[in-house]
Design a protein around this ligand. Structure first.
Ligand SMILES: Nc1ncnc2c1ncn2[C@@H]1O[C@H](COP(=O)(O)OP(=O)(O)O)[C@@H](O)[C@H]1O
Ligand SMILES: [Mg+2]
Length: 252
């Protein structure tokens, strides 16, 4: 489980400020969502934390070291918005992709992708190809591909954005089941309030660009999250809190 510390992080592209001085600390094992208006800098922020993009100023530490170390040591796994499966690889081979590519760097405790595929309900599809799967099934393979690395930090950038509402709701239940009790820290970018509240221990609300954290809302719902958590009055209340914070940010 990774611990993340940001101190006065800023990021600009040329003259364009994208992340304002931002300080944040994420505890080991926390599930933290970042929610904010489109274009506010969410992707940029998580790319800096994942070591894919240098910071302009300030400090970023993942487990006490610069993010590029975590990246080089395969301690961070990404789940992108589009599943990005290789069309010529079967489900099983796609799920193994990062393990195959990183065999040398990989620990022996990596989880067998077949067991994870079973957990996400794809054990009957191991030898199928991506074009034979629905969008939700493809995204489940992408999730397994990342989880199979057994990295202590999982960064997910709007992983369910391309899915229909019914499938998205299923994916929330599935993801909670997959990460609860696992030794993993999750940073989850979304623009869905219900998704953020259902999944997270904390929801960070960003202002419009340049991104700054205007609210840090603790999600005090029990774990494991019941599958009907979205019917609970506290869930509805927390969603309203997030929505109000977002609206306050837009009015600034
Ligand atoms: N590589 C880049 N070069 C220049 N500008 C960029 C780059 N990546 C993102 N931006 C700009 O940074 C801003 C924030 O983008 P992004 O982080 O993708 O926002 P979000 O994920 O919140 O929608 C946008 O104005 C975007 O045009
Ligand atoms: Mg984005």
């Amino acid at each position: 489980m990774s611990r993340i510390v940001l101190r006065d992080l800023t990021k600009s592209f040329g003259e364009l400020p994208v992340v304002d001085p931002l300080s944040l600390s994420v505890q080991a094992g926390e599930f933290v969502s970042i929610i904010g208006p489109s274009g506010c800098g969410k992707t940029t922020l998580v790319r800096v934390i994942a070591g894919l993009e240098p910071a302009t100023s300030g400090d970023v530490e993942v487990d006490g070291a610069p993010p590029r170390h975590a990246r080089a040591n395969k301690r961070v796994a990404m789940v992108p918005q589009q599943p990005g499966l290789l069309p010529w690889r079967t489900v099983r081979a796609n799920a193994r992709l990062l393990l195959d590519v990183n065999r040398a760097a990989n620990p022996t405790d990596a989880v067998a992708p077949e067991a994870l595929l079973d957990e996400v309900g794809l054990s009957g599809f191991l030898d199928r190809f991506p074009h034979e799967l629905s969008g939700g099934m493809q995204q489940r393979v992408a999730l397994v591909r990342a989880l199979a690395l057994h990295a202590p930090l999982l960064v997910m950038d709007e992983p369910f954005a391309a899915l229909d509402e019914i499938t998205r709701a299923e994916m929330r239940v599935l993801l909670n089941r997959l990460v609860e009790g696992k030794h993993v820290t999750v940073l989850f970018v979304t623009h869905s309030i219900a998704e953020a509240v259902a999944l997270s221990d904390r929801v960070l609300v960003s202002s419009p660009r340049p991104a700054s954290i205007i609210a840090d809302i603790a999600i005090d719902l029990h774990r494991p999250r019941p599958t009907d958590v979205e019917d609970h009055p506290r869930f509805v209340e927390l969603c309203a809190n997030v929505r109000h914070a977002l609206h306050r940010g837009m009015a600034l």
